[in-house]
Design a protein around this ligand. Sequence first.
Ligand code: ZN
Length: 247
Amino acid sequence: MLGLDSLTDNDKTRYNRQIMLWGEAAQRRLKAASVFVAGAGGLGCPVSTYLAVAGVGQLTLCDGDNLELSNLNRQTLHPDQRLGQAKAVSAGLSLRALNPAIKIVTYAERLDAGNIDRIVGRPDIVVGCFDDFAAKYLLNDYCLKRQIPLVHGGVWGTVGQVAFFQPPETACLQCLFPEPLPDETLPALGVTTGLAGCIQAMEALKFLSGIGATLTGRLLTFDAEEMFFFTSDIERRPACPACGGHS
Ligand SMILES: [Zn+2]
């Protein structure tokens, strides 16, 4: 009998081009993996798309919003005819169509302190695609407490950022953002969220497959308008209310 992470003939064909890159053992690690994607919007769509088609065994998505017309310039899992529907449900439909061989679990709920244990559970890695800081901090605290790696992403217009936090070794999201940024509607281009989301997905795939080096403890910033990419180290803040007591 095949183990849970054994590759079927179908898997070997479906993932052939990436098995050429990293071998069957890495593909089996992806198949055995579980990823929590926080949000099914501008970042969550590319993140979950590329994790799904790469063959991550279980994807869990959470998003409490319904699809609005102004989302459609960037949220590519959602077709026009699903306007008004829950984004989590819409994303689940599209992802299952892309790859019916993996397990996709969706929650059309807003993440809060009361439901986070039930919804997030114990994934191998969390990919943060929320835009509001209350939810970002909540997820950061959860990942710190359970020592789950967190891939952060954010965008503003043509500028994007990605960071990889590995508790307890690195700084955390609240070291990077000690205060929440104002809650406001920001300019957003689909290409920018696509770029940032693809980089987040790549970080998750490298961590899960064991191939390559992640942005551990570093922040990647790009400005697509000038096509300028750079990375910087993220300093841990000893007084950080989230991780200050962990070091
Ligand atoms: Zn911190």
